[in-house]
Ligand binder design. Structure first.
Ligand SMILES: Cc1cc2nc3c(=O)[nH]c(=O)nc-3n(C[C@H](O)[C@H](O)[C@H](O)COP(=O)(O)OP(=O)(O)OC[C@H]3O[C@@H](n4cnc5c(N)ncnc54)[C@H](O)[C@@H]3O)c2cc1C
Length: 410
């Protein structure tokens, strides 16, 4: 970890050493001419065996050394339940506690971003970057056969030399095969590779796991150990500082940050060029608001001086939820429930330690992309339009988007 001398300045200050922050800091630092400070609220625990072991992911949720441990307000439409929301609070950010799944976006997502005014954001232009970020390692023959990968995964379409390791660790079982076969029987079979962004039906996504030792492929694979990049851990950025206007376009300019670091010491650090905010989907808007960018009415209510009145900040978060459906396993089949037996759990741990295989080597997740369907397996364009229009125009659900951290060092 970096020790800062007083009055230190950097060309760039990057807030949050998660997936976004590590990539940006690493890329900015490549040519060696710019000085970069990367600030992370949590510690550097990338050698922690629980973080390194893909199959132990759920043991990290709620651990306040690693997880911000958010919980929603009581949800009106979920019988008042409060829903937990894990978020990484370590170097590596949420890549330290996510499911490691490499899920390629749909072409429609890129086109939608383009339509919002982001010039050049389309499927064709993004395609090289989907290969650039990763290095794919093909599984051994048995795993490929078990998952039926030959029917849709095109090895020539995968990344060859990027920093993120992508593979299929030896962790799958009969359910993965049955999943694909079930969807195929229902008419959902598709030979397209998911990396093309137009996949329908069932498939198994690769994982960001190192193939040589089945450890988690964290965002820390992006190198930041360069003399021109400094990492400040266990330091919370409390506020981004702005000048009122930079003279050229009259807009406020971010000039630095106020931090709360070791032993609660407050300090200001200045940026000569830019402050880059990559604190995640919950903290980035929060930090903007605390710093004076947000809806003026809300900021004034909390006594925050308004820098820019931007009412959209911190509103209308959209996220995918996990809604689990459980099935009774057929007679004679073995499911993950067997791990509840301490002796089995012990054996599985030993297997992973000795051979880097078994249930802890990855997460045996298969997925399916399906369009909205009706009884005849298709919903008409009109039906789909109707559903989308209904939800687009319906009022936001009361209490549906509010989260609070159980332990918030801010
Ligand atoms: C449980 C879970 C499972 C997921 N599974 C998958 C998956 O299988 N595949 C997939 O592609 N994606 C998955 N995701 C999503 C993926 O991890 C995120 O999209 C990604 O991490 C977002 O990157 P980010 O840089 O925006 O934020 P993060 O990676 O969360 O990083 C933000 C960083 O900023 C730091 N920070 C926040 N506030 C401050 C502050 N004030 N000062 C200093 N530092 C601060 C945080 O501590 C954190 O380290 C999952 C996410 C979760 C939570």
């Amino acid at each position: 970890m970096t020790q800062l001398s007083s009055n230190e300045e950097f060309d760039y200050i990057v807030i949050g050493a998660g997936i976004g922050g590590l990539v940006v800091a690493s890329r900015l630092g490549e040519d060696g001419t710019k000085s970069i400070l990367l600030i992370e609220a949590g510690p550097d625990l990338k050698e922690d065996p629980r973080i390194k072991t893909p199959g132990l992911v759920t043991t990290l949720f709620g651990d306040e050394k690693i997880d911000w441990n958010f919980i929603s307000e009581p949800q009106l439409h979920a019988n008042g339940r409060q829903i937990t929301q894990p978020r990484g609070r370590v170097v590596g950010g949420s890549s330290s506690l996510n499911f490691s799944m490499i899920m390629y976006p749909s072409c429609h997502d890129f086109e939608a971003w383009g339509e919002l005014g982001n010039k050049g954001w389309n499927t064709e232009n993004m395609a090289p970057y989907l290969r650039k970020f990763h290095k794919y390692t093909a599984p051994d023959h048995a795993v490929a056969e078990q998952l039926g990968l030959h029917s849709y995964l095109d090895p020539s379409q995968q990344g060859r030399s990027g920093p993120v390791p992508v593979c299929f660790p030896a962790t799958y079982g009969t359910f993965n095969r049955a999943w694909d076969e079930t969807f195929a029987k229902l008419g959902w079979q598709d030979t397209r590779d998911p990396i093309g962004g137009a996949k329908l039906g069932a498939f198994t996504c690769p994982l960001s796991v190192h193939p040589e030792n089945s450890t988690r492929g964290l965002a820390t694979v992006y190198p930041i150990d360069r003399p021109n990049i400094s990492l400040l851990t266990e330091t919370v950025v409390e506020r981004i500082l702005f000048t009122a206007g930079d003279g050229s376009n009259g807009r406020p300019t971010a000039t630095g940050v106020q931090i709360n670091g070791e032993r609660g010491q407050r300090k200001v650090i200045l940026a000569r060029k830019e402050v880059i905010l990559s604190a995640g989907s919950l903290h980035s808007p929060q930090l903007l608001e605390i710093s004076g960018i947000g809806g003026a009415k809300l900021l004034k209510k909390h006594g925050i001086p308004v820098v820019v009145n931007l009412p959209g900040v911190g509103e209308n978060l959209q996220d995918h939820c996990i809604s689990s459906i459980s099935y009774k396993v057929a007679e004679g089949q073995v499911s993950g429930d067997i791990m509840r037996d301490p002796q089995v759990a012990q054996s599985v741990m030993e297997l992973y330690q000795k051979t880097k295989t078994g249930p802890l080597a990855g997460l045996p997740i298969s997925v399916a992309f399906l369009p909205l369907v009706d009884g005849s397996k298709r919903a008409s364009t009109e039906d789909r339009r109707h559903i989308i229009d209904t939800h687009l125009t319906s009022a936001p659900m009361e209490n549906s988007g509010t989260f609070s951290a159980q332990q918030n060092p801010n």
